[in-house]
Design a protein around this ligand. Structure first.
Ligand code: PMP
Length: 430
């Protein structure tokens, strides 16, 4: 092959690959990433990029962490996969035991799935069939405006009707939606909730607790969330927390649920579960939910399972990740990131190019002051991201919403550098 026909990685990619959430006809060349190291991605040409979005919010301990890599390698040579119906294995049992202790009451069971969307599907199926198994034909599911719960049909159905779902809206099931606490007063919120919970017809409410992610990093307080949980449970409505994004210390604690007095009935986990190494998810539930499926009648079992359910490699990665979280050093790093993000929220509060600067735990977000309709397709954030990338920093704004969600291994000096660069880019006249 002559030199002129040798193509680089990005060009080869563009000939054969269809990327997610990407308009392929106008997309820039993908970044050719050949290695990861802590908070950094290393490109084909040797450039190093700070990953300030933890690669779609999954890479909690940083890239290629040797402890997790070793655990996966060892497990691959021991038991790489086994059918999870009728079989079990040590890594799955260890993970369930350890995680349930950390999550605490009333959670007593874990159900394995593959990714955030399927964790949500199972949460919804569990809640729906819970009532069926109890002989009550409840049909109303409550969800929140601006919600994002994934891209499968059930997960889309409980997500906001938006540009994400537009093409599929006729295929989605109806939900009763309540406003986001980020948008309305508690009075308005609770009157909508009362309406949604009326008449013993509500199956469950599904929520992104404390931070609504892809819908625009909308944040609300533990106090109002606690009130929502309490209210729904008093009305006999199951509460599902989609902690796919907020789990594993994103809000400063293991779970958003840990900021509250009242606990949900079902929790969906993924992303940080395996330290971001492998796709795996868990739907965790209380004994009350689990018991509704116990019967001499096989028809009452939960009819759900994936080929890779409980995959031993994913479980080994998750156990290694839990061990890292148990280190005081990791907890100190998380606390430091929380403190830095809080300080940065104050700092960006002085930048007139952004508004609504907000922070929950390790997540910092702000809205660009810009013209034109707000939302995912607003291009203003993209321009900032492009400039940031030129300076070796990867961000991926949601329309006009700019956020930083760094891996916990990020060094304070690197974060300071990111803040300074972002502040500078925000102030550029163009
Ligand atoms: N729920 C929430 C809150 C999410 O943020 C996401 C992904 N961004 C999902 C569910 C879907 O997860 P996945 O992309 O792994 O299917």
């Amino acid at each position: 092959m002559s030199n002129s026909t040798v193509r680089n990685l990005a060009q080869r990619d563009q000939a054969v690959i269809w990327h997610p959430y990407t308009q392929m006809s106008t997309a820039a060349e993908p970044l050719p990433v050949v290695r990861g190291d802590g908070a950094r991605l290393i490109l084909e040409d040797g450039r190093s990029i700070l990953d300030m979005i933890s690669s779609w919010w999954v890479t909690v301990h940083g890239h290629a962490h040797p402890k997790i890599a070793d655990a996966i390698g060892l497990q691959a040579r021991t038991l790489e996969q086994v059918i999870f119906a009728g079989c079990t294995h040590p890594q799955a049992v260890e993970l369930a035991e350890r995680l349930l202790v950390k999550i605490g009451a009333p959670m007593t069971r874990v159900f394995f799935t593959d990714d955030g969307s399927t964790a949500v599907e199972v949460g919804l199926k569990m809640a729906w069939q819970y009532w069926q198994n109890r002989g009550e034909n409840r049909t109303r599911i409550i969800a929140m405006e601006h919600a994002y719960h994934g891209d499968t049909f059930g997960a889309m159905s409980v997500s906001a009707r938006s540009v994400f779902t537009q093409a599929f809206n006729p295929l989605l099931f109806e939900v009763q939606s309540i406003p986001s606490p980020a948008d309305v007063s508690e009075e308005v919120l609770f009157s909508a909730l009362a309406e949604a919970c009326r008449g013993d017809q509500a199956v469950a409410i599904i929520l992104e607790p404390l931070v609504q992610g892809a819908g625009g990093m909308k944040m609300y307080s533990p106090a109002v969330l606690d009130r929502i949980v309490n209210y729904c449970q008093e009305k006999g409505v199951l509460v599902i927390f989609d902690e796919v994004m907020t789990g594993f210390y994103r809000t400063g604690k293991l779970l958003s649920a840990h900021h509250l007095q009242h606990r949900p009935d079902i929790i969906c986990l993924s992303k940080g579960l395996t330290g971001g190494f492998l796709p795996m998810a868990l739907t965790v539930c209380s004994d009350a939910v689990y018991e509704a499926f116990l019967s001499q009648d096989s028809g009452r079992m939960l009819f759900h399972g994936h080929s890779f359910t409980g995959n031993p490699l994913g479980c080994a990665a998750a156990n290694a990740s839990l061990s890292l979280f148990e280190r005081p050093e990791t907890q100190a790093r998380i606390a430091r990131i929380v403190a830095l993000q809080a300080k940065a929220a104050e700092f960006f509060g002085h930048n007139e190019r952004v508004t609504n600067v907000r922070q929950t735990g390790t997540i910092l977000a702000m809205d660009l002051v810009q013209e034109g309709p707000a939302g995912y397709l607003n291009a203003s954030g993209k321009a900032i991201a492009q400039h940031m990338l030129g300076h070796g920093i990867l961000i991926r704004p949601l329309g006009e919403v700019i956020y930083l969600m760094p891996p916990y291994v990020t060094e304070p000096e690197d974060l300071e550098l990111v803040y300074d660069r972002l502040d500078h880019e925000l102030r550029r006249p163009d």
